[in-house]
Design a protein around this ligand. Structure first.
Ligand SMILES: *Cc1c(COP(=O)(O)O)cnc(C)c1O
Length: 423
């Protein structure tokens, strides 16, 4: 029917699991993010099963969606986490994550980020510069511990994705070149607070072909073979990042984890070593398990088009404005009569605050509601208070219940911590 996991029409009304979305929206108001956690867990199990022939760990990229109930459900299911900041670390620990399944990544880790990671006893730091290696080593040594690190390789692999979400080419700020990694490994003895436990790469996001992963892995193995003789203990972890592309529109494809597992097995085929393989899926676990529910604020006919002005905007869901991303939109009440073309826009004072152009929807009026699909990844987690708009409420459906994950921000919340002049 649609590119949505765990959302379907029943008797003409769009449901999330067993719940009429209209009922939840009526109670919580809009804009409202709604996630189907059962669908997220199903995706996680598919992902895990695809890599079951490897010694494998899934490390969910928290930045895609950091809603607490979602993190709890994944932690309960045995999923690990990739955190990009001490804030994300705090969230996953609050959600009950096992520190031994947490990796801290990020190109600009601060001293506080690293200190929090060490204090929590996380499994790994994925490091991206020599400067960071020295800082981690120094801080770990001061604590009397040795931190396991993966060096993030920039494999210089091209991916056919949007330039803003491609990360694995030499010109990008991410990762270390093979030469940098060689040089770091040769200095490992002078970094007593860390151990190089393996190599990592992350190619970018919304990748739809498995080929770049095979290419990246070949480069990684070469670098691994280069550095292994220099290290006291052979590195035994390979982390291939995330980036598995999802189906945003019916006509598009998606990259299945099984396709990636198959090309990795092929590349590793003749090698004798046993590695732990880490994958870092973000988007592919959550994108299609979430929608942004929004109400029609106004319908505005103009000379050659009809504007459908929603109460959700680019501050709630930035992807269309930032990446020219397209999302499907469905009315909560299905109705094939009077279908019209709308330009679906938000209320923010920017022309880029546009969800869709010439989009077919039934005749809608003020107060009618729609669901913007595939909003589970990089939706709420990228939202802002631009135009002084309070952050949307968030709710989840999980095991036959629905639950408020986050209250809508109030106007007081909006200005918390601000200080007017004492005039
Ligand atoms: C963002 C990110 C991911 C997740 O990417 P998706 O496209 O959401 O799967 C994984 N690893 C790293 C290092 C990232 O920065």
């Amino acid at each position: 029917m649609t590119a949505a996991d765990g959302f379907a029409y029943r008797n003409g009304e769009l449901h999330c699991g067993d719940f009429r979305i209209e009922d939840i929206a009526h109670e919580l108001g809009t804009p409202l993010y709604l996630y189907n956690l059962d669908a997220v867990l199903e995706r996680f199990e598919q992902h895990r099963a695809a890599f079951s022939s490897f010694s494998h760990r899934t490390s969910y990229a928290v930045k895609a969606n950091s809603s607490l109930p979602l993190l709890q459900a994944l932690a309960n299911a045995g999923c690990g986490f990739d955190v990009n900041s001490r804030g994300e670390l705090h969230r996953v620990l609050t959600a009950g994550a096992d520190a031994r399944r947490i990796t801290m990544t990020g190109v600009g880790k601060s001293r506080a980020d690293i200190e929090d990671g060490l204090a929590a006893g996380i499994a790994l730091f994925n490091v991206e510069s020599a400067s960071e290696c020295r800082l981690i080593s120094e801080l770990a040594e001061a604590k009397g511990v040795v931190a396991d690190v993966l060096l993030r390789l920039n494999p210089d692999v091209e991916t056919e994705t949007h330039p803003y979400i491609s990360t694995g080419e030499a010109a990008h700020k991410f990762g270390l070149s093979p030469a940098d990694i060689h040089s770091l490994a040769s200095q490992a003895a002078w970094l007593p607070g860390l151990r190089i436990a393996g190599l990592a790469f992350h190619l970018g996001s919304q990748i739809l072909s498995p080929a770049p992963y095979a290419q990246g892995l070949r480069v990684l193995l070469k670098v691994l073979d280069d550095i292994t003789p220099m290290l006291e203990r052979a590195p035994d972890i390979i982390d291939i990042g995330g980036g598995f592309g999802v189906r945003y529109e019916e006509r598009h494809g998606e990259l299945l984890p099984g396709q990636v597992a198959a090309v990795l097995a092929e590349v590793l085929g003749t090698r004798e070593e046993t590695w732990t393989l880490i994958t870092e899926p973000g988007r592919s676990l959550v994108a299609n398990a979430g929608v942004l529910v929004s109400s029609v604020e106004h319908v505005k006919p103009s000379e050659d088009r009809n504007f459908l002005i929603l109460d959700a905007g680019m501050n709630d869901l930035l992807r269309p404005a930032l990446y020219q991303a397209s999302h499907g939109i469905l009315p909560l009440r299905s109705d094939d009569s009077h279908v019209q073309m709308y330009d679906v826009v938000g209320p923010v004072c920017e022309s880029s605050d546009t969800f869709a152009l010439r989009y077919p929807l039934p005749g809608l009026d003020r107060g009618d509601r729609v669901a913007v699909l595939s909003a589970g990844a990089y939706g709420a987690s990228m939202s802002s208070n631009y135009n002084s708009r309070p952050l949307a409420a968030e709710a989840v459906v999980y095991r036959g219940r629905w639950h408020v994950a986050r209250d809508r921000q109030s106007l007081d919340d909006l200005m918390r911590g601000e200080h007017p002049l004492p005039l």
